[in-house]
Design a protein around this ligand. Structure first.
Ligand SMILES: Cc1cc2ncn([C@H]3O[C@H](COP(=O)(O)O)[C@@H](O)[C@H]3O)c2cc1C
Ligand SMILES: O=C(O)c1cccnc1
Length: 337
């Protein structure tokens, strides 16, 4: 078994002054422990993006209309979204899966697109449950199938990201419900909500979580379904299946971490296979990561989603893996035979 002590012993035996690579060594330890190997691998790697819309956008919680979800999906498929250019820059494949966009991109669809819509957006979570039990299962299953596909293709590192206007509202609900963050901490500006939208968003999140919380102990799926989104549940299913299949999960920002909270709640132990790439500028992200026992690699004030924070951290993962795997032993350098 590779525990932290074993990984540190290996790093301290390499041809360098002990701990001279600073935080890179801590990342190498995490990678070795997650993968249970002293020679961790970070290739091949895959990004699976899930897209969905949110009925609660009608209440004015986002600075953007739901139609932007579909427009960005088309931009992702054209290779011109932040996620797509960063994935290409770092040798990461990309797939986009529609689990419930209101206006999906027009056909013909490329091979790296999959259309499995659960519904044309969730119901408005401020008025009732965001989704039914059957819809929850459909989204969870779609996510799990994608993780199985990515693992089946031999990917060592899995990233999942999202596109869904309004989705920082369900993410805030889940962070409050599952990580115990107060509404004030959990609600941030997302993609640029102004002060008026923030007032609405805080009220809606507070009320929705108050309604869901009493159900959490006896009916966690029901409580989660009340306040989640299709792309978030799909990401949760992706994490659970990816972890069960032994993949390394590189965790993106606030919305992805809300999905990680769902996965850990329903499939305990999933977070043990996760490496948190960054802490988002969304104020609740730190609380969500702490609840999962994860330390972020970067704190760069990113707040985009689409898997971008994870993609930016990928070269650091490559660096950490290369060091612990390939650097010579100091003993061999000092006493060549
Ligand atoms: C052009 C554009 C591209 C994006 N890519 C990711 N998001 C991110 O912002 C949205 C969540 O923020 P909120 O809850 O405030 O709507 C999601 O679509 C998320 O993926 C984007 C947002 C926009 C506007
Ligand atoms: O951190 C995130 O995942 C995030 C932040 C703002 C908007 N969308 C996503």
């Amino acid at each position: 078994m590779i525990d932290e002590a074993a990984a540190w012993a290996r790093l301290d035996a390499l041809a360098k002054p002990p701990r001279s690579l600073g935080e890179l060594e801590a990342l190498a330890v995490r990678l070795a422990v997650v993968q249970q190997r002293i020679d961790p691998v970070t290739r091949p790697r895959a990004l699976t993006l899930f897209a969905g819309d949110h009925g609660v956008v009608a209440q004015g919680v986002s600075a953007w209309p739901s139609a932007v979800t579909g427009l960005m999906m088309a931009t992702i498929l054209a290779g011109q979204a932040s996620s797509a250019v960063l994935a290409a820059a770092h040798g990461c494949t990309l797939r986009l899966v529609d689990v419930g966009a209101v206006t999906p991109p027009p056909q013909p669809w490329p091979d790296h697109y999959r259309s499995v819509p659960v519904a044309a957006g969730t119901a408005d979570l401020s008025q009732g449950a965001a989704m039914t039990a059957a819809q929850f299962e459909a989204a969870w299953t779609a996510g799990g199938a994608e993780a199985a596909l990515a693992v089946g293709l031999g990917n060592a590192v899995l990233i999942t990201g999202e596109m869904g206007i309004g989705n920082t509202t369900p993410a805030a609900c889940l962070t409050s419900l599952l990580a115990g963050a107060s509404t004030d901490i959990a609600v941030g500006r997302g993609a640029g909500a102004d002060d008026a939208a923030m007032v609405i968003k805080r009220r809606i999140v507070g009320e929705a979580v108050d309604r869901a919380r009493p159900r959490l102990a006896d009916d966690p799926r029901g409580a989660i379904s009340a306040v989640a989104g299709f792309e978030i549940v799909a990401m949760a299913g992706f994490f659970a299946a990816g972890a069960a299949a032994g993949a390394t999960l590189l965790l993106d920002g606030y919305v992805a971490t809300a999905a990680a909270l769902v996965a850990e709640r329903l499939a305990p132990g999933t977070a043990r296979r996760m490496i948190a790439a960054h802490r988002s500028a969304e104020p609740g992200h730190g609380a969500a990561l702490a609840h999962l026992g994860l330390e972020p690699v970067l704190d760069w004030q990113m707040r985009l989603g689409e898997g971008t924070g994870a993609l930016v951290a990928l070269p650091l993962l490559d660096s950490a893996a290369a060091v612990i795997r390939d650097v010579a032993l100091l003993a061999d350098v000092l006493a060549p035979q």
